[in-house]
Design a protein around this ligand. Structure first.
Ligand SMILES: NC(=O)c1ccc[n+]([C@@H]2O[C@H](COP(=O)([O-])OP(=O)(O)OC[C@H]3O[C@@H](n4cnc5c(N)ncnc54)[C@H](O)[C@@H]3O)[C@@H](O)[C@H]2O)c1
Length: 248
């Protein structure tokens, strides 16, 4: 899968899946803008990728000014944007059963996972359109497809991302922009490894991952596929990569 000449923005690029994706997209020939919040600013450690093909970007997907500024910088320096991979997100500490979940946890989760996706789509869309079309890859989760009682806020946010993906696929089709999402099962990013070590992921969920938990590179590869011309003719789809959880 080649992305030669394509310009890509990956959000949450300093995290486990984001880092893997930055590496894979750059190796496929793309110029990759690696966006993350200041505290987690990605370093240049995109192993195996030519240095000139990656750019670090301080980006807070929850802040309109930050997102608008990021698009302006990409436009100024790269002159175009072909692909947006909305990867920033994840469960927030304190996300639990509805009755016990602090309202602030709900809003923080919605802000990053759902509103952040919304904002980046809103401001990247015109740039991708002006480049002649392209692809948006959003990040849902198996929680968008099943009932996870202990992650009420995250489920709401990722369900919203799945719906938004279908809505935007229809809205942006005339602009030649395909919009799809990846729905990962439990994936061994450093954040998730901590939850595993702390015993916060149940044995029942573990056993439903028929081939074991996923690796970050496996999810990044699905995003790369959806972003590439190999996925032409696909839009509005939720690509489930979950080692069988949803069918087991
Ligand atoms: N790892 C899993 O098991 C799993 C499963 C399903 C879905 N996902 C989704 O995959 C994506 C990546 O997950 P991960 O496990 O690699 O997480 P991670 O925590 O390793 O990486 C997430 C990155 O997002 C960044 N981020 C957080 N808030 C941000 C903001 N406001 N603006 C910009 N960046 C911000 C963080 O700094 C971090 O670098 C998330 O959307 C997550 O919900 C992960």
């Amino acid at each position: 899968m080649r992305l030669d000449g394509k310009v890509v923005l990956i959000t949450g690029a300093a995290g486990g899946i984001g880092r893997a994706a930055s590496r894979q997209f750059a190796a496929a020939g793309a110029t990759v803008w690696m966006g993350d919040i200041a505290e987690s600013r990605p370093d240049a450690a995109v192993h195996g990728a030519p240095e000139h093909s990656t750019h670090n970007l301080v980006l807070d997907v929850t802040k309109p000014d930050s997102v608008i500024g990021a698009m302006a910088e990409i436009s100024r320096k790269s002159g175009r944007l072909d692909i947006l991979y909305n990867n920033a997100g994840g469960t927030q500490p304190g996300d639990t059963f509805l009755a016990e979940c602090d309202d602030a946890v709900f809003w923080n989760t919605i802000a990053v996972d759902l509103f952040g996706t919304w904002l980046c789509c809103k401001h990247a869309g015109p740039l991708i359109k002006a480049s002649g079309g392209g692809a948006i890859v959003n990040t849902a989760s198996i929680v968008a497809l099943m009932g996870f009682p202990a992650n009420a806020a995250y489920s709401a946010a990722k369900g919203g991302v799945a719906s938004l993906t279908r809505s935007l696929a229809v809205a942006l089709a005339p602009d030649r922009i395909r919009v799809n999402a990846v729905a990962p099962g439990v994936t061994r990013s450093p954040r998730v490894e901590k939850s595993l070590s702390a015993g916060r992921i149940s044995q029942a969920l573990q056993s439903r991952h028929l081939s074991g938990f996923l690796e970050c590179d496996e999810i990044a590869a699905k995003a790369l596929f959806l972003a590439s011309d190999m996925a032409s003719g696909m839009t509005g789809q939720i690509l489930v990569a979950d080692a069988g959880v949803t069918i087991a």
